[in-house]
Write a protein that binds this ligand. Sequence first.
Ligand code: FES
Length: 155
Amino acid sequence: MSFFTEENQKRAENIFSQYPDKRSCALPLLHLAQSQEGYLSNETIEKVAEMCEIEPSEMMDTASFYTMFFRKPMGKYRIQVCQTLSCSLAGADKVVDHFAKKLKIQPGETTKDGKFSLLKVECLGSCGTGPVVQLNDDYIEGKTIEELDRTIDDL
Ligand code: FES
């Protein structure tokens, strides 16, 4: 039996129907699993691997490679700051330092109340509008630290 909810199992079956083989479904199924569980535990990755007929170690490598997959529980709000060159030149390092100080956490950590996680991530694909911050699924682009602060303070 699948570990997915009934609704997500239907989504998984739909994903399988769109690809030529099960292993090609690894990334969309990892995304689906993360959206259900909040992060990808070893147990979740093993279950997805089984569904995709992939060795668990191979699926672990895949889940660990991409920064959009979380390997531990995250805060309600994930502040992901692009650290790649264009954003770095546009002040991303200062954004990270600011939020680390403001939230009293280091990149990769979550506040004690479970509200915020701060993450450094690789290129988010919007290099001309840096610094790019991804707040959960939304992009915030080209904002000053003061503007970013107002967004975070409103949460
Ligand atoms: S360098 Fe930041 S979005 Fe590409």
